[in-house]
Unconditional design. Structure first.
Ligand code: ADP
Ligand code: MG
Ligand code: MG
Length: 204
């Protein structure tokens, strides 16, 4: 597998489409256990990402990821903006001079992104945050010699669904304690859209 600028642009566009299509759904999930703005935050942020990246010429994925990071950091409030922004900033640093991105570089980039998310948000695995989706995705890449889109889709989807039965320990949902059980974590659903979109690009 190889990811170049065009394929990463495609990944971002697919992610944006899923987020825009599910804006109300993400908001309703966040209304149940948060403050009801996750759909608004993500749709605004990713639309800004597309506006910026579709009107800029990139010679490297590293520069492209950096613009994604800066856009999310500056345009998205709440917990999710800084977390996704940090993730893309780490990926930008890792892929520098390692392009087009091969499987090992993607693995290193996503691992570094997860480390950034953990540093910034201080969540642990199973705290019912987007960490619960990013962790098994990174593990999958580490475990497999070859990465298949279908496996990435399946692993991220199962991880997203597994947040439903958990009790939130971080973020706004943690205030609800036991009452957070039985609801999907909104950030895990948006992270699932990100990885399902990457899976589609890898399958093309
Ligand atoms: P806010 O909660 O500030 O309104 P959003 O609604 O946009 O921000 O994002 C909420 C999502 O962010 C949660 O569903 C969760 O996945 C993620 N999140 C919140 N706090 C943390 C944290 N400390 N570490 C990792 N992810 C977190
Ligand atoms: Mg919110
Ligand atoms: Mg908020």
């Amino acid at each position: 597998m190889k990811l170049d600028v065009q394929q990463v642009l495609n990944w971002l566009e697919k992610t944006n489409e899923k987020i825009q299509m599910n804006k109300e759904y993400l908001t309703s999930l966040d209304r149940a256990i948060g403050d009801g703005d996750h759909g608004i935050n993500m749709s605004r942020g990713f639309q800004e990402v597309i506006d910026k990246t579709s009107t800029t010429t990139y010679t490297s994925v590293s520069d492209l990821f950096k613009d994604v990071a800066m856009t999310l950091l500056s345009k998205v409030g709440g917990a999710s903006g800084p977390l996704y922004g940090t993730a893309f900033l780490k990926m930008s640093m890792i892929v520098k001079n390692r392009e087009p991105i091969d499987k090992k570089t993607l693995e290193d980039a996503l691992e570094s992104a997860l480390e950034g998310i953990l540093q910034r948000g201080k969540a642990n695995l199973n705290d019912k945050t987007l960490v619960d989706v990013w962790t098994p995705v990174v593990d999958l890449l580490k475990d497999k010699e070859v990465i298949k889109g279908s496996e990435l889709e399946e692993v991220s989807k199962n991880a997203m669904e597994s947040t439903k039965e958990r009790m939130a320990k971080k973020g706004r949902a943690a205030y609800l304690k036991e009452r957070s059980i039985g609801h999907l974590d909104p950030g895990s659903v948006s992270s699932y859209y990100l990885f399902a979109s990457l899976a589609e690009v890898l399958s093309e």
